[in-house]
Design a protein around this ligand. Sequence first.
Ligand SMILES: Nc1ncnc2c1ncn2[C@@H]1O[C@H](COP(=O)(O)OP(=O)(O)OP(=O)(O)O)[C@@H](O)[C@H]1O
Length: 578
Amino acid sequence: MSDVYDRLADLAKKRGFYWVSYEIYGGLAGFYDFGPVGVLLKRNIVEEWLRTFVYAFDFMVEVETPVINPQVVFKASGHEDHFTDPIVVCTKCGRVYRADHLVKEATGLNVEGASLEEIYRVIVEKNVRCPECGGELSKPENALLLFKTEIGPYKGQLGYLRPELAQGMFVNFKTLLNVARNRLPLGIAQIGRVARNEISPRQGLLRLREFTIMELEFFHDPSESVREVEEYLPYVEGETLNIVTADSRERGVEEPVTVTVRESIDKGIVKNPWLAFWMGVGNKFVRSLGIPPDKTRFFEKLPHERAHYSAQTFDQEVYSTKFGWIEVAGYAYRTDYDLKRHMDYSGVDMFYFKKYEKPVEVVKKRVIVDYKVLAERLGERFQEALKALQGRSQEELYEELSSKGYIEVGDLKIGREFFTLREEKSLVHGEKIVPHVVEPSYGVERLLYVLLEYSYNVVEDRVVLKLPPRLAPFHVAVFPLMAGSREEHKAMVSLARGIAQSLRERGLRVVYDEEGSIGRRYARADEIGIPYAVTVDHQSLQDNTVTIRFRDTRRQVRVGVGELHDTILKYLRDNTMI
Ligand SMILES: Nc1ncnc2c1ncn2[C@@H]1O[C@H](COP(=O)(O)OP(=O)(O)OP(=O)(O)O)[C@@H](O)[C@H]1O
């Protein structure tokens, strides 16, 4: 019997979730189309993410920035140099493979992030060969994963399709900080398409060349984070995180420790308190997709496995019966790396002015040099002395003069009489800082896959997709019973159509179906995970009531047509399944 992945792929195509793109031309690896049901499911995942990560907090804003970026953006971000994966080519058949993945499949050894030499050593030692033709493999080399394009049709400038959303938030940081009235912390979220020229995408929805990311960059002052995060910890109070730490991985242990968000901070497991906070939010989010708590974990990356910008990274993973642990999100502590790089490359100031609660009095030490007299006295050695004096700060000169009574320049001793020492007091209102950033980044298609895998059930030989009701592509199915006299039949159809239309007009997504037996119609609704099915029957014509059937239990309740909309809305809000 085929496994859940293949059965899901069949269902997905048959019922309009997703399928390989450009099928009529033989299909294109790494690209998928989403059909009418898949589009709705994706949108619901995005909505749930927005509810959990963005709408819940006053410090969050959302932006939309272009897919195409000028080259300089990815020079500044470091992607042009670092966003690569190691590849090997079969010297016999010419097939190209991602070297670390191939080594892992062939030997079980994890060489992610290892040097090209190290990977090659393993290939030779373990005699790893082309899985297709058995040919010998080339030496590994690094391949750039950015898709290149030209901006402008004739001798245009080089551009790249974004492989992540982050740079759109970094280049706009100053503008958005102004919009947010210069307040930190500030979270900037974005949802959008990205493209990565993946080397050999063979895992369906899990490794695409174009996909959708939901990402947020959280800008904060690291010196205030311990204090500031306190206010928001209650939001993730009940969350316990399963964390496989880098320390334990280095000891060869992959068992997670289970800690609360607060413990992960106090025990120093997560280095940045805000990173820990967002991991708590992420835990909550993944559970809201119906993933059991013990089927998700945070897997800390080892230093050589981390992206070039990150000081600490955790992959949030979900367990798949088909693929084992799958990364659904990356949680990275990007520090001030990106803002500093964009400041360097653009010359634009991206500082945040941190205002003190009260102005602070500072004393500046100044040294005034009497150059005229010094030049007369030193003659031809004046230039040498001038250079040395200008090479030292005012504070250094002040300290040397106060302690020694002269300034030493080689064998010259320049006495106190050439200098006037002053202390100047002033009020300072704040300081310029470069905010630090933590980033959670989710891939929508991977979430959609695991959501389907966990929802997929077979009951009495029929598929029932037990999606959390709120996430279901359609909220409700409406069926008239096709029985009784012609008049009754007509009246039931008319009542059912009216109900379907009125529910639609009030914002619910409805499937109306009058084809086939009621059992077949329930089955079709179950297959695409519609949580509630409303049936109009003979009694409906008498007392204006209908039945609501619950997908997972097949139980039914009867409600008045007048209360139907509000009842379903309440069920959806609470994810009710009785
Ligand atoms: N090729 C892809 N196809 C589908 N989703 C992807 C792909 N690459 C990344 N993602 C999703 O985007 C999220 C954020 O991207 P990130 O850069 O952290 O991934 P990554 O560490 O490069 O992924 P991987 O190690 O699997 O290549 C991932 O957690 C994943 O959910």
